[in-house]
Design a protein around this ligand. Structure first.
Ligand SMILES: Cc1cc2nc3c(=O)[nH]c(=O)nc-3n(C[C@H](O)[C@H](O)[C@H](O)COP(=O)(O)OP(=O)(O)OC[C@H]3O[C@@H](n4cnc5c(N)ncnc54)[C@H](O)[C@@H]3O)c2cc1C
Length: 435
């Protein structure tokens, strides 16, 4: 049951994409579909086309950042991880679709196969060919060219053309599939849902009307690399769980107008919203140029990385570097809601290279002094090598909840170590700072 709940998003994607294949299977006896090599390749061409098109349409829905997806997939970053895999799969399937059909024509004659590729008389076929060419160019950019994130995001937007062209191709191409109204309308509805999501997110940007408006009050330099932005709300305040994240976009020209994800560091009970930002690239280094008073839009909240989502009240939190930010929001909440927190027992381990990187440590130590059931353990990896699970899990019950946030390798290694010691995978929560 828990397995189903944790993977409900993925299960739904599988069901939605498999439905056309089931309808296709019932359209005529299976034996008739594989009577010869030519027929077999034709059938494979149809299966890859249907599955590829279904996954492509679904992927546009996944990219629209709908709130229900966040819940369904247990966090928006998980949606993006699945979006990435499904995109690659849809690409392969759509690429194999004409390959199988070319082979099918080869069984008729070399000329038939040649004409299938190089004759441009048929509008429906031409639309399919252009869709595949555009898809190939955009996928090469996505997977192989190391573009800067914003350039990559801008080119990625043109994938809508692929959906549009391949949708038309599917609609116009005459075949036994288009004669089956159930299958035809199922595929059209799926493609329309994908197209509407694309229009909502990319063309009309309707989501912007739900963004919260905030004003920058202060930029607090925490250390050489990290700053905390304090924002005050200009309209209604955003409600969130401690540990969630938002997309921040300044109403400024140029790079600061980009939308970037950051974990909230304030507690939901604070009267301001704050974000802890580490300088990493061109956007994060521009933050320091902002003057108090500039306005920004906040989209969110997203994610389910919060101690409130843990089943057990005994929890171990482990942060690596800037991965400390969601824990800061949680710890601040603990400090303001002491009564609610009485039943919890939490140890926070904070791993950084050296003391100069120990951002917010003074505040964590203060919270720990004021709350007996919250313990803070700074850990310096330059001095003691990498933090290991044997250090943090002595005499622990394997049913406790564990929260990890930090670099990808750090979380992967710790998760594996916990699982090897018998801790429950579903109770190891992690937040990746990457989409
Ligand atoms: C859920 C989540 C929570 C995060 N929380 C924090 C936080 O609390 N504090 C913090 O300092 N950082 C956080 N990050 C990371 C932060 O979003 C990136 O460091 C920042 O966007 C980098 O931008 P840049 O242009 O300065 O760096 P670049 O060098 O341009 O980008 C570095 C990497 O950051 C990612 N990235 C860049 N731009 C974007 C964007 N617009 N949207 C999504 N990812 C992008 C890309 O993977 C890129 O390779 C979080 C990321 C995610 C996904």
């Amino acid at each position: 049951m828990k397995l189903f709940k944790n993977n409900s998003g993925l299960i739904l994607v599988i069901i939605l994409s498999i439905i056309p294949i089931i309808i296709w299977l019932f359209m005529k006896p299976l034996a008739d579909r594989f009577t010869s090599f030519g027929m077999t390749f034709r059938s494979l061409g149809q299966i890859t086309g249907l599955l590829g098109m279904a996954l492509l349409s679904i992927n546009f829905i996944l990219a629209a950042r709908f709130k229900f997806l966040d819940k369904l997939f247990n966090g928006l970053n998980r949606v993006y991880i699945k979006h990435h895999t499904i995109g690659a799969l849809a690409f392969c399937l759509i690429l194999f679709h004409p390959v199988f059909l070319i082979i099918q024509y080869l069984f008729i004659s070399l000329k038939a196969s040649f004409l299938f590729v190089f004759s441009f008389q048929d509008l429906a076929l031409n639309l399919g060919k252009i869709a595949i060419l555009v898809f190939i160019v955009l996928m090469v950019i996505t997977f192989y060219l190391k573009f800067k994130y914003e350039n990559w995001k801008n080119t990625h937007k043109y994938l809508g053309i692929v959906l549009f062209l391949s949708g038309l191709h599917m609609f116009l191409i005459p075949s036994d599939i288009s004669n089956n109204t159930t299958l035809k309308y199922y595929m059209i509805i799926l493609a329309m849902l994908g197209a509407c999501s694309y229009i909502y997110r990319t063309i009309l940007q309707v989501y912007k009307k739900d963004e919260y408006q905030y004003k920058l009050e202060e930029i607090i330099r925490v250390n050489d690399d990290i700053a905390e932005l304090k924002l005050s709300s200009l309209s209604k305040r955003m409600r969130f769980l401690p540990g969630q994240f938002v997309f921040l976009r300044f109403q400024e020209k140029g790079i600061l107008s980009e939308s970037h994800p950051f974990s909230i560091t304030s507690s939901p009970s604070d009267d301001h919203l704050s974000l802890g930002i580490k300088t990493l690239g061109d956007y994060t280094s521009m933050i320091y140029l902002l003057k108090p008073g500039v306005t920004c839009s906040i989209e969110g909240p997203f994610g389910s990385f919060s101690y409130l989502k843990g089943e057990s009240k005994r929890q171990i939190w482990i942060a690596g570097g800037i991965g400390i930010t969601p824990f800061l929001s949680m710890a601040r909440q603990i400090n303001t809601k002491k009564a609610e927190f009485n039943s919890y027992n939490i140890d926070l381990y904070y791993s950084v290279k050296n003391t100069s990187e120990l951002a917010f440590a003074i505040e964590f130590e203060q919270i720990a002094r004021q709350n007996n059931n919250f313990k803070f353990h700074p850990y310096l990896s330059e001095k003691d090598s990498y933090i290991s699970v044997s250090l943090v899990s002595k005499n622990e019950d394997i049913n406790i909840d564990i929260f990890l946030c930090g670099p990808k390798k750090f979380m992967k290694s710790l998760r594996e170590q916990f699982i090897n010691l018998g801790f429950i995978n579903n109770k190891i929560h992690s937040e990746e700072f990457s989409l």
